[in-house]
Design a protein around this ligand. Structure first.
Ligand SMILES: Cc1cc2nc3c(=O)[nH]c(=O)nc-3n(C[C@H](O)[C@H](O)[C@H](O)COP(=O)(O)OP(=O)(O)OC[C@H]3O[C@@H](n4cnc5c(N)ncnc54)[C@H](O)[C@@H]3O)c2cc1C
Length: 419
């Protein structure tokens, strides 16, 4: 059996892997790159069909920052994505039981929206359409990468499909975008630094009696922080509620009325009453950082590189900035006739990403630690802090830039042909 040969192999066709394939496609024509995306979970051939829930394109919705919109715009995907997304025009941050609050408005920053909320299913559909339209990308699905041998000039991947049929593939550069759960990092002896939060994220969609008017709410409560995110339907909300792990089974078991009452107790009636509670899903939360993100011919990206608390809705936005930067660095290396697998090239990518990663991970982790503490003194300080943040222009501008995903360096991408 002859092995297939690629310049770049992306393991995982989830949000991050599919976005990277779309970002690379823009440069692939100039550099004659051949790219493979290997995805284990079957997806429909017809991109108009619903995607069956899988690890990336599941029941969640993702808050995309203004910066993420700019990246998708450069790839030529934003016009397809926009109909699936609701604009966030205002963000309201509050701490239950304390008076202080911070408000951000898109109009204060001369942007149409601070960010957008897109159901992962809609996001997935647009990304998969992009991948299928990309002429230099081979979509190998459903194929699971089961083996990885490191070579001096190229790496070798063993793939198997659901029926056990096998395939071998060689690639100069392999990008690990498998979400970090597949065991491939362990095979490569890339250790993770893990800090458990002892919390679960509970997500579900709600229909409210009053329209959300494109407002997002971040509410810190004694029963954990909750984000209420506007969805494209005017009265629909994507709820992300962080619950202590020992309470998650009890909250999941509440009937819909009890669940709605619990939400009202913590959030009030800012959006009227809960009229419908969608199916609830839970996700265990840890802070995970891979001890290495680059090696010769290897990059670790997305959840596989850093998995963080969703409190500030930053995990995917951070990963997408990594996607854009990696594509730009590889383009630059190819223009300079350098090998895209060279460690100095990949280290350059990581050096450019490090400070944004440290800031965003530190910010999300800091929020959780600050608001998880029930010391009343700290409660007053927090309230004062939120009030001060609301008043202090430079601090508020910094906070808004983080929320808008403008922490990284701007990079130039090229659209997929025909987009
Ligand atoms: C509750 C919750 C809410 C969130 N909300 C937000 C938000 O609002 N905003 C935000 O920016 N971020 C958010 N995030 C973070 C965001 O979900 C992640 O950043 C994103 O899912 C990362 O995608 P990924 O492609 O790296 O990994 P994954 O989503 O895990 O995808 C990995 C893919 O690889 C495939 N795969 C795995 N192993 C193999 C293998 N061996 N061979 C082939 N394929 C393989 C899987 O099938 C999957 O498709 C949230 C996270 C959680 C838990």
């Amino acid at each position: 059996m002859s092995a297939e040969q690629y310049d770049i192999a992306i393991i995982g066709g989830g949000l991050v892997g599919a976005s990277l394939a779309c970002a690379l496609e823009g440069f692939a024509r100039d550099h004659h790159w051949s790219i493979a995306v290997i995805e284990a979970v079957p997806m429909p051939e017809d991109s108009e069909q619903d995607i069956p829930f899988q690890p990336s394109y599941d029941a969640r919705s993702t808050a995309l920052s203004w910066g993420a919109r700019q990246i998708y715009q450069q790839m030529g995907l934003w016009s397809d994505l926009a109909p699936h997304a609701a604009a966030i025009k205002h963000i309201h941050v509050s701490d239950k039981g304390h008076l202080g609050a911070t408000r951000l408005a898109a109009s204060d920053h001369n942007v149409e929206a601070l960010g957008y909320v897109a159901p992962n299913q809609g996001l997935g559909r647009v990304l998969l359409q992009g991948v299928k339209q990309a002429q230099h990308v081979s979509w190998l699905c459903p194929f699971k990468v089961t083996g990885f041998s490191v070579g001096a000039e190229q790496h070798t991947l063993q793939l198997s499909d659901e029926r056990g049929a096998e395939k071998t593939l060689h690639a100069k550069l392999v990008v690990l975008a498998d979400g970090g759960q597949s065991g491939l990092k362990e095979k490569l002896q890339i250790a993770d630094q893990v800090r458990p939060y002892d919390q679960h994220a509970l997500v579900c969609n709600l229909t409210m009696s009053e329209p959300h008017q494109n407002k997002a709410f971040e509410r810190f409560t004694p029963e954990g922080p909750m984000a209420w995110l506007p969805l494209p339907q005017s009265n629909d909300i994507a709820l992300v509620w962080t619950v202590p792990s020992e309470q998650v089974d009890e909250v999941m078991a509440l009937d819909d009325d009890e669940f709605a009452q619990r939400l009202h107790k913590l959030f009030g009636y800012r959006l009227g009453g809960v009229e419908r509670v969608g199916q609830r899903y839970q996700y265990p939360l840890n802070l995970v950082r891979a001890s290495e993100q680059v090696r010769p011919g290897l990059v670790v990206l997305g959840n596989a590189a850093h998995y963080m608390h969703p409190v500030a809705g930053q995990g995917y936005n951070l990963a997408l900035r990594g996607v854009a930067e990696l594509a730009a660095v590889l383009d630059q290396a190819a223009q300079q006739q350098r090998s895209i697998a060279d460690l100095t090239v990949l280290q350059e990518y990581l050096d450019r990403r490090q400070s944004d990663q440290d800031t965003v991970i530190g910010f999300s982790d800091g929020l959780i630690r600050l608001f998880a503490n029930h010391n009343p003194m700290l409660g007053h300080l927090r309230a004062g802090g939120l009030m001060l943040l609301d008043q202090l222009k430079p601090a508020k501008r910094w906070f808004a830039r983080q929320a808008m995903g403008l922490g990284g360096q701007a990079v130039r991408l090229k659209p997929i042909q025909g987009k």
